[in-house]
Design a protein around this ligand. Structure first.
Ligand SMILES: *[C@@H]1O[C@H](CO)[C@@H](O)[C@H](O)[C@H]1NC(C)=O
Ligand SMILES: *[C@@H]1O[C@H](CO)[C@@H](O)[C@H](O)[C@H]1NC(C)=O
Ligand SMILES: *[C@@H]1O[C@H](CO)[C@@H](O)[C@H](O)[C@H]1NC(C)=O
Ligand SMILES: *[C@@H]1O[C@H](CO)[C@@H](O)[C@H](O)[C@H]1NC(C)=O
Ligand SMILES: *[C@@H]1O[C@H](CO)[C@@H](O)[C@H](O)[C@H]1NC(C)=O
Ligand SMILES: *[C@@H]1O[C@H](CO)[C@@H](O)[C@H](O)[C@H]1NC(C)=O
Ligand SMILES: *[C@@H]1O[C@H](CO)[C@@H](O)[C@H](O)[C@H]1NC(C)=O
Ligand SMILES: *[C@@H]1O[C@H](CO)[C@@H](O)[C@H](O)[C@H]1NC(C)=O
Ligand SMILES: *[C@@H]1O[C@H](CO)[C@@H](O)[C@H](O)[C@H]1NC(C)=O
Ligand SMILES: *[C@@H]1O[C@H](CO)[C@@H](O)[C@H](O)[C@H]1NC(C)=O
Ligand SMILES: *[C@@H]1O[C@H](CO)[C@@H](O)[C@H](O)[C@H]1NC(C)=O
Ligand SMILES: *[C@@H]1O[C@H](CO)[C@@H](O)[C@H](O)[C@H]1NC(C)=O
Length: 669
């Protein structure tokens, strides 16, 4: 859910970001937009008797502070601003990424005087109903809880009056509850209110010297606003409980609950834990950031930045779930399943569909979801399905048998990482590679053995269809007919792994059969693709050339199916493309011809397949150049034009969690 929030906050921060941009420092770079932002979220400070907005905007007469520094990591975004003789450090810290996977964010603001004078500072912050209402005519209801214990928690929440489970309006689930929570600070005045925004933030804008909130929720339900003032580290969360509706392979529909509910009696309790946990959360987030930066920066600082950005994009889209507890209230903590929404319109759908995702964090039970769902007599396609549910957040395998053109390949290629082991249900070859990569990395062949026949059916489909196919797409989003044609060298590389799966599964007959087939295919491949300084993009067509990113899987899996000579030719090709250096500033097109598109997936997989370290850095630098160019006004998009550095106006690939390719270099280590 954080995802929908993410899109909103982004815009608010862009408004903020427009000021003082000339003179701010940005670490590690200014991404197209910050992933943890929300338009329904507002914050301001009153310094002495003047109001300055920090986040969002209420009234165009409001003063905007100068933004002097922007920084992001995998877990945190920080904005340093100056106003009224004070410096404010406003940070957003995501908890989603750490162990309990609570869908909450902390907002914390620290302040110091820059002019040596003591100032009176008050913080105001609120969230609006639009945060949970896809349709602004929806009526919102709310609740408040203010504890009178020593901790003095205040838990404010809101939801749609008209609750509907697993129904979505304008990308927002209709059974979503937003929480805005804080603890009162001893010795200061903390007040809150639930009311119209003119009654809450309006007070401070029109009369910053006075203004009070009444610690009450009004009872007139409407398009609502929740407000608090002078709070200690407020936190914002959005919870769907149940999170997901899921149809098991046994054809039982389960309501899956948020994972953290197994630890807490209620969501209100979870929010209190969350508030108390702030110091620890800060430290563990810092450790995680350091860890990610540590391993990724060993490759290069630019790579470290890209991995930080991608990590949060991935984590934001996940629902980590458990089944309903048993009648006696016990939860089955081994039955963890993670679901991922298809954001960014990757593939044939419009972003509503529900993808599965698996994650080492949750073990095999999660990773095996799509395999289980397709390894069933009721699954009828000869290739892999595109999703396990047509409408987020409902993963009920409706339409799983609908024929589609992504049986061989898909628009954005396989997206996996052995760090997070994330893949999307689509493209049979990717499913094979994914299963094998997981099994080799974990040393556990159960997944392969349990789904051997399914994998083998897909391998046979690929053997029969990879070179020439009917009713399938090569997957390229290009409109140039060359690239939707068959006979593509790149595609042929995709299905050479079945022999290893047979070996792990102990089927010697199949191992030999697939080994022989791979040897013949590879020999034919070399016969028909190797030109002196490039690899033919189309078999037997020495006038075609292109980026052979599918070589990466061979390297990752360490199978040595592809001889070193192929990698060497590939390097020569990229080196030639790089001269003159001003063409393809932001990346290489799939076929090396100007005017073509590219994706970060292709670029990073090609980097992974690259054996020349300088060339590998060049790939990373180009993707970094694209990500940091500031030419795009939406969250990081995987699909773009390598000449102009512009993402697609259709929104394809925007904020997509399918950024596994970014981890390819780490996986290869
Ligand atoms: C930019 O920052 C530098 C160093 O803090 C300062 O000297 C300079 O005056 C600033 N420029 C503007 C336009 O604010
Ligand atoms: C922002 O910076 C400009 C130029 O340095 C300065 O004139 C202005 O007063 C600053 N605004 C605030 C709110 O500090
Ligand atoms: C701002 O706050 C964050 C979080 O505490 C901290 O990591 C960062 O160093 C601070 N930045 C500045 C410039 O104070
Ligand atoms: C706040 O003050 C009360 C009364 O003095 C005390 O019992 C409580 O422990 C304090 N709370 C915190 C969080 O310090
Ligand atoms: C903005 O604030 C000013 C000053 O308080 C007030 O006169 C004006 O009506 C406000 N505008 C809006 C759109 O709220
Ligand atoms: C917060 O509310 C209290 C009343 O509960 C009020 O005295 C104080 O001025 C308010 N804070 C701000 C920022 O106005
Ligand atoms: C808990 O979940 C696991 C994995 O799905 C399952 O094998 C096991 O039978 C479940 N245990 C109970 C008590 O339902
Ligand atoms: C492999 O994974 C399965 C399924 O999670 C598990 O039951 C089995 O114990 C694992 N085997 C090893 C050797 O860890
Ligand atoms: C391709 O699709 C068309 C239209 O759906 C169908 O009539 C035809 O049988 C399909 N061909 C194959 C080989 O599946
Ligand atoms: C690049 O992608 C865009 C958006 O899908 C498309 O309109 C354009 O035709 C593509 N360019 C080429 C050369 O295929
Ligand atoms: C190997 O798999 C094939 C199907 O591809 C099956 O016919 C054969 O029985 C299997 N052999 C063993 C030893 O499992
Ligand atoms: C590859 O080319 C060699 C030499 O021309 C030929 O003998 C061989 O049959 C070809 N192999 C395949 C699989 O096409």
């Amino acid at each position: 859910m954080i995802l929908s929030l993410a899109l909103f906050l982004v815009y608010a921060l862009q408004v903020l970001g427009q000021t003082g941009l000339q003179n701010q420092s940005i670490f590690p770079f200014n991404p197209p937009a910050f992933p943890l932002a929300n338009t329904g979220w507002y914050a301001s400070v009153v310094v002495d008797d003047k109001e300055h907005r920090l986040l969002g905007q209420y009234n165009d007469t409001e003063d905007t502070p100068n933004l002097t520094l922007t920084e992001f990591t995998a877990t945190r975004s920080t904005f340093v601003m100056t106003a009224g003789g004070m410096q404010f450090n406003m940070s957003f810290l995501s908890k989603k990424i750490t162990l309990l996977s609570l869908p909450f964010l902390y907002l914390y603001v620290s302040a110091q005087s820059t002019d040596g004078i003591a100032h009176r500072v008050r913080l105001y912050s609120d969230i609006e109903g639009g945060l949970i209402a896809g349709d602004t005519s929806d009526t919102i209801t709310w609740k408040s809880e203010e504890t009178d214990d020593a901790s003095q928690y205040v838990v404010l929440s809101m939801q749609l009056q008209d609750q509907e489970r697993f129904v979505v309006t304008d990308l927002l689930a209709r059974h979503l509850t937003a929480y805005y929570v804080f603890k009162k600070i001893n010795g200061t005045t903390t007040s809150w209110s639930i009311s119209s925004r003119d009654n809450t933030r309006g007070i401070f804008v029109s009369n910053p010297s006075s203004g009070t909130l009444n610690n009450q929720a009004d009872s007139n339900f409407r398009a609502a606003l929740i407000a608090a003032n002078e709070s200690d580290t407020p936190a914002l969360g959005a919870v769907r409980d149940p999170s997901v509706q899921y149809r098991t392979p046994e054809n039982v529909i389960e309501n899956r609950r948020p994972y953290f509910m197994s630890t807490f009696g209620s969501i209100n309790d979870a929010t209190k834990f969350f508030l108390d946990d702030f110091p620890r959360a800060k430290t563990s987030a810092q450790m995680l950031d350091d860890q990610i930066i540590g391993v990724a920066e060993a490759i290069s600082p630019e790579y470290g930045a890209l991995v930080s950005l991608s990590t949060r994009q991935v984590m934001g889209s996940m629902d980590i779930t458990l089944p309903e507890p048993a009648d006696d209230g016990t939860w089955n903590n081994t039955d963890v399943r993670i679901f991922m929404r298809n954001v960014g319109k990757i593939g044939s759908d419009s972003g509503q569909k529900y993808k599965y995702c698996g994650c080492t964090l949750s073990s095999l039970s999660s990773l095996s979801i799509p395999y289980c769902n397709q390894n069933s007599p009721s699954y009828l396609l000869e290739y892999a399905a595109t999703n396990i549910g047509s409408t987020y957040p409902s993963a009920v395998a409706d339409g799983i048998n609908d024929p589609h053109v992504y049986g061989i390949d898909d628009e954005s290629r396989f997206r996996y990482s052995t760090i997070f082991l994330i893949n999307i249900v689509k493209a049979s070859a990717n499913m094979i590679i994914m299963a094998l990569a997981y099994s080799l990395a974990s040393g556990n062949g159960t997944l392969l053995r349990d789904h051997y026949n399914l994998l083998q059916n897909w391998a046979d489909y690929l053997v029969d269809n990879s070179v020439s196919f009917t009713n399938q797409s090569s997957g390229h989003f290009s409109t140039n007919s060359d690239f939707v044609s068959d006979n593509q060298a790149n595609l042929l590389l995709k299905y050479l792994r079945m022999a290893k799966i047979a070996e792990v599964s102990g089927n010697i007959t199949d191992q030999e059969r697939y080994n022989n087939s791979a040897t013949t295919v590879m020999e034919r491949w070399q016969n028909e693709t190797i030109s002196p300084s490039y690899i033919n993009f189309i078999l037997n067509d020495s006038n075609s050339n292109g980026m052979m990113y599918n070589l990466c899987a061979d390297k990752l899996l360490g199978l040595g199916v592809v001889p070193q000579m192929v990698y060497d030719v590939s390097t020569i090709y990229y080196q030639n493309l790089s001269v003159p250096k001003d063409t393809f500033e932001f990346g290489y097109a799939l076929t090396g011809s100007p005017g073509q598109n590219t994706t970060t997936h292709w670029m990073m997989f090609a980097a992974g397949a690259e054996s020349d370290p300088d060339m590998q850095q060049l790939f990373i630098s180009k993707v970094y150049e694209y990500a940091s160019s500031n030419l795009n006004d939406q969250p990081f998009s995987s699909h773009y034009d390598p000449d102009t550095g512009l993402r697609f106006s259709s929104g394809l690939g925007v904020n997509t969690p399918t950024v596994g390719s970014m981890f390819a270099l780490l996986a290869l280590k």
